[in-house]
Design a protein around this ligand. Structure first.
Ligand code: B4P
Length: 188
């Protein structure tokens, strides 16, 4: 089963993706992590992405779709994948659908983690204090939220027209949210 997690920056895609991956025994694939690894390793694609990420902008669709293709090729044919933050624009949604269709698969469930801006800002501030991520400073977070609204929020409508979206109110305890996501995933 291929599951896609959508949501604003800091909505908990990474947190819930990890829990879901362990619960279902499926690999998790997060473009944010892959990009940060590429930056840390000094790879050419990391160098291309770094300035955009540090400024709070989305990385280009071609670069992301290239990473997605490589990752799908590397993983062979797992029983499914948890896609964490992998789709943030409509061209990426179309590109992922095409790549999965080439493999006889599709996105089976789209989970949207619904969190308001004030909660997102508070969570990211806590993460900045703990982890010091460069793109977590307040000015960059404001840019990320603006880009989310302009480029990623319309992706929800696209999925509403292509199989539907399960909306989860993603505030409250991490465990309670995880239980709700699992319930939604198990409902066929
Ligand atoms: P990501 O690494 O995906 O960053 P994110 O959107 O901020 O993270 P996420 O929603 O996973 O939050 P998390 O679980 O950590 O992307 C970084 C950058 O990479 C992007 O800005 C972009 O430049 C680039 N990028 C990635 N994919 C791309 C794509 N497809 N196209 C273009 N560019 C792309 O949660 C945040 C914090 O909240 C954590 O500290 C967590 O502990 C806490 N938290 C989680 N759930 C909570 C809860 N219920 N209550 C309280 N705190 C909670």
């Amino acid at each position: 089963m291929n599951i896609l997690l959508l949501g604003a920056p800091g909505s908990g895609k990474g947190t819930q993706g990890l829990i879901l991956s362990r619960a279902l025994g499926l690999p998790k694939f997060a473009t944010g992590d892959l990009l940060r690894n590429a930056v840390a390793a000094g790879l050419p694609l990391g160098l291309q992405a770094k300035a955009l990420m540090d400024a709070g902008h989305l990385v280009g669709d071609d670069l992301i779709l290239g990473i997605v293709r490589d990752e799908l090729d590397k993983q062979g044919a797992p029983e499914g994948v948890i896609f964490d933050g992998v789709v943030r624009t409509i061209p990426q949604a179309v590109g992922l659908a095409e790549m999965l269709a080439e493999r006889g698969a599709r996105v089976d469930k789209v989970i949207f983690l619904d969190v308001d801006d004030a909660e997102v800002v508070a969570r990211i501030e806590r993460r900045r204090e703990l982890e010091g991520r460069r793109d977590d400073d307040p000015a960059t977070v404001a840019t990320r939220l603006r880009n989310y609204r302009e480029q990623t929020a319309p992706v929800l409508d696209w999925y509403e027209g292509h199989g539907g979206v399960v909306r989860i109110a993603a505030t409250g305890s991490i465990e309670a949210i995880a239980a709700e996501i699992l319930r939604a995933v198990e409902e066929q």
